[in-house]
Write a protein that binds this ligand. Structure first.
Ligand code: MG
Length: 390
């Protein structure tokens, strides 16, 4: 039974291009289906989450990460009476705008774009679903509903929010200007994203050998569940059961966070009682951890930051990644015809000075952002003759 504060697909603010309703699917189901069938979604399988794609077959990629976010999101949505399909659509699309090579790719591209409006991955995810996907005869992009687009645009600078507002008055940029929140479903996706990467980065970190289990002993959220699992199952202490112990600890940790979000949010909603999805948008954020879990989650993040994201081995591969992005950007700006035909044509329109088109650097940034890790590496080698990874 959907709650009064849940987004209702029958009350959607709609799509930018008018389309007839689907015979059997709700508008949010339809959004989800369009995302799953998009090209950008398939590319996520070859995009880095933390570990570069070629470093191992079992590490999370942007695709498996997105699926985990969708699973956690749906599970919490169902317990809170939120719209599961909308949560799933947002979760599956939330990372579509990510560059190759994870965050370092985004930082490098942002650096390249400093004089040309910058590069923000949330805004890029919106560009992918609004403009860059080419699947329909009548319009660019996937023509998703307002609510899915609102959730995809998790963050946005004020400058870009003003630009969006100029193109689409009262649209997805508006809330950043008036300081309101997105739907509860969108708020949920942000938390599910956090819960997912905290857990899977521990898993990948330990599996890669960059994080040791004893380093995690200093993280209360992990240690508590690890000790509890050991108390209940003595055989988990055996050397060959290390991986099982890791999985069991992470599983318990995930469940604890999910149940905590459900309980803390239900309690908050029982107090604030938003009577509609829009009423919830005008309130402070409603999706939350309890104060105690918030603190534990922060401690875990700090540990991952110090021991994994800044690990010398991660930093070294990331140094290469940064070089690839910057040199690709320079190469394509100097020789736009080196891009694939559709992008080269957009570059020609930009160079012809047509103000209705994107600038050359923006076309190049769109092209690079869309690449998978291995495509970017291959292109870099083709254009520069350098092979940074063996
Ligand atoms: Mg994410």
């Amino acid at each position: 039974m959907p709650a009064a504060y849940a987004s209702d697909p029958a009350q959607t603010r709609g799509r930018r291009h008018l389309e007839a309703a689907a015979p059997t699917r709700t508008e949010y189901q339809r959004d989800r289906d369009r995302i799953v069938h998009s090209t950008a979604f398939r590319r996520l399988v070859y995009k880095t989450q933390v570990f570069l794609n070629h470093e191992g077959d079992l590490f999370r990629t942007r695709l498996t990460h997105s699926l985990e976010v969708a699973q956690l999101g749906r599970s919490i949505a169902r317990a809170l009476g939120l719209n599961e399909d909308l949560v799933e659509a947002i979760a599956l699309a939330h990372d579509l705008g990510h560059t190759p090579y994870g965050h370092v790719g985004q930082d490098a591209l942002n650096e390249c774009m400093q004089a040309h409006g910058g590069f923000e991955h949330n805004l890029q995810s919106l560009r992918v679903v609004d403009r860059l996907e080419e699947r329909y005869p009548a319009f660019d992009g996937l023509n998703l509903t307002f609510e899915t687009r609102e959730g995809i645009l998790k963050r946005c600078s004020l400058t870009n929010a003003r630009l969006l507002e100029a193109q689409e008055p009262g649209g997805v940029g508006h809330r950043f200007l008036e300081g309101t929140q997105p739907s509860l479903e969108a708020q949920l996706c942000n938390l599910a994203d956090e819960i997912a990467y905290n857990a899977h980065d521990i898993d990948d970190g330990v599996r890669s050998g960059l994080i040791r289990l004893d380093q995690l002993a200093a993280v209360p959220l992990f240690e508590e569940h690890c000790q509890q699992a050991l108390r209940e199952h003595a055989r988990l202490a055996e050397p060959l059961a290390r991986r099982r112990l890791l999985y069991e600890s992470i599983r318990r940790m995930l469940s604890a966070q999910v149940y905590d979000v459900i309980a803390a949010t239900a309690e908050r909603l029982a107090r604030t009682r938003p009577l509609s999805a829009d009423a919830a948008r005008r309130m402070p954020p409603q999706l939350c951890f309890s104060a105690a879990m918030q603190e534990r989650s922060l401690a875990l993040k700090k540990c991952l930051f110090q021991n994994l994201y800044r690990h010398p081995q991660v930093m070294q591969t990331m140094g290469h990644a940064r070089q690839v992005i910057i040199e690709l950007f320079q190469c394509y700006c100097a020789a736009p015809h080196e891009m694939q035909a559709v992008h080269a044509a957009r570059a020609s329109a930009a160079l012809a000075g047509d103000a209705a088109h994107d600038s050359l650097p923006r076309v190049v940034a769109d092209y690079i952002a869309g690449m998978t890790d291995r495509y970017a590496s291959r292109e870099h080698e083709r254009l520069t003759g350098k092979r940074l990874w063996v």
